[in-house]
Write a protein that binds this ligand. Sequence first.
Ligand SMILES: [Zn+2]
Length: 612
Amino acid sequence: MLGIMPTGAGKSVCFQVPALMAEGITLVISPLISLMKDQVSALNQAGIHAAYLNSSLSMGQYVKALQLAKAGRYKIIYVAPERLVTDGFLDFALNSGIKISMVAVDEAHCVSQWGQDFRPGYLKIAEFIRKLTHRPVVSAYTATATEDVRGDIIELLELREPAVTVTGFDRDNLYFAVKKPVDKYKELVTYLRKKEQELSGCSGIVYCLTRKSVEDISYRLRRDGFSVTRYHAGLSDEERRENQDDFIYDRRHVMVATNAFGMGIDKSDVRFVVHYNMPKNMESYYQEAGRAGRDGAPAECILYYEPSDVRMNQMFIGKNENNEMLDAAAKALIEERDRWRLKQMTFYCFTSECLRHYILKYFGEETSGYCGNCLNCLTQFEEVDITREVSAILKCIRENWTAYGITTIIDILRGAKSQRILSKNLDRNSQYGLLSGQSVTRLRQIIQEMMYRGYLELSGEAYPVLRLAEGAEGMRRLPAEGERQTSPGAGEETAPIVLKLPKEQERKTGGSGGEAGSAGGRKRKKAGAAAALREKDIELFEELRALRREIAAEEKVPPYIIFSDKTLVLMCLTRPEDSAALLGISGIGEYKVKKYGERFLEVLGVSKDSFQ
Ligand SMILES: [Zn+2]
């Protein structure tokens, strides 16, 4: 079968539960060491025997694990794709007499060169399965898959008439916002302070586009007193592991990282993901943002947009090392797709539609168009007639002999007297200075809107220039200012072009587009599972968290693996008095009641007396 479901939808349950019901063992093929480690430790925690085989084990450990596997010790084995066809593993798979009843392929998009994370080892999976005496059930899972990638997964993994399930991509506990702060760092600091006040010690990720900005931002945040750590591919393995553990075990609260961080990180209580830069496409964005709120409690996904992010991403396109083995035609095709994806990502930053609607539409899902839990749904927009601006921009571009970038076009329209403009005689353009009353930000918004509507396009070079697109053809007879009423007969073509913009007064108070919640008149959910708690429950919640931390330290596992925040909140709300009542709480099974029940009941009992 092929399961396409978003991060946090419970992919692992889809193979873990059948694995327990089947008679033999299940192999789970996974690309990431951290993911294997996390899931195996969660399984062992739940009393299920599982192990992983990958390059993080020493030779001795590996041989030992294989021996135990042969002896039938494990129900589920996680294995890296490259291991499958090695002699040692084949010997186990073919000669040990253990029946492999299922092979589950996680992050299955890695098999496709069209995917974002192509991994050659995945091409060996089908070869391995062919060698087995009995063909097991083969299932594949991924969070993001376009039509091409979906086809590749079915073909290259040799799935046989798979049942394809696509679950809803919506994660309604996530709040989405795009901001365009003048000073991004200041905005970030204000945001982090606010989070710290709302739920002290809560975890969050700040994604940056480059290693350099990870270094820079993490350094400044540390200097400003935040509990931060960092992660990028330029650090030693050891430091990466250490920093990742600091974050997972709640020793550090904010992780500043490149996109190298997070795949396979199962930390469920991440309360916010801030993108300090715009990522390269919606797939990456939704995957990274989706690392927030995996426990189902409210969490926030904020993106800071800045025009230079687009240029930076343009530069990355074409430098993709994974593509080295491809021929020129395939390379060009991939580049073209990458540029298209980047464009869709940029539109996300400028849309005035519901952001959730935009995301889900991108992944092929319909929505009502209003979610009530994103910045756009909570902002009041006003419709602004931009006919005059659109007309001036088009004329300005038509008149130039050479194509220029967005900044230059805006400079001409605003009548800049810079050397760059004057030396090229651009002050002779008939539109020079015609829009001098407009802010740069507003003109950028309008140009973005024109690209979105197909009037303009950016060329695909490292320094992209603005050109007229097909849609501009019908715009030849746009009226200039004052002409509208005086040109009878051109009725339809002169319908005003309207842009939805956030109301001006909010932009003044909010600085960067207005604070969510204040705008729509509708109060937004507070971040964190603890938001559901009344004042008097918070103390108990903190005590339960402390106990969880204590147990986590004893067992050397991350706290959320013991119980999620949500489970602790439910304990506060329902105040269970015995094991039976504990069992009724979501997230608590018999195994955990046996293991931890007494200690948690003790905390609940003590605090019960003092509260009543
Ligand atoms: Zn919305």
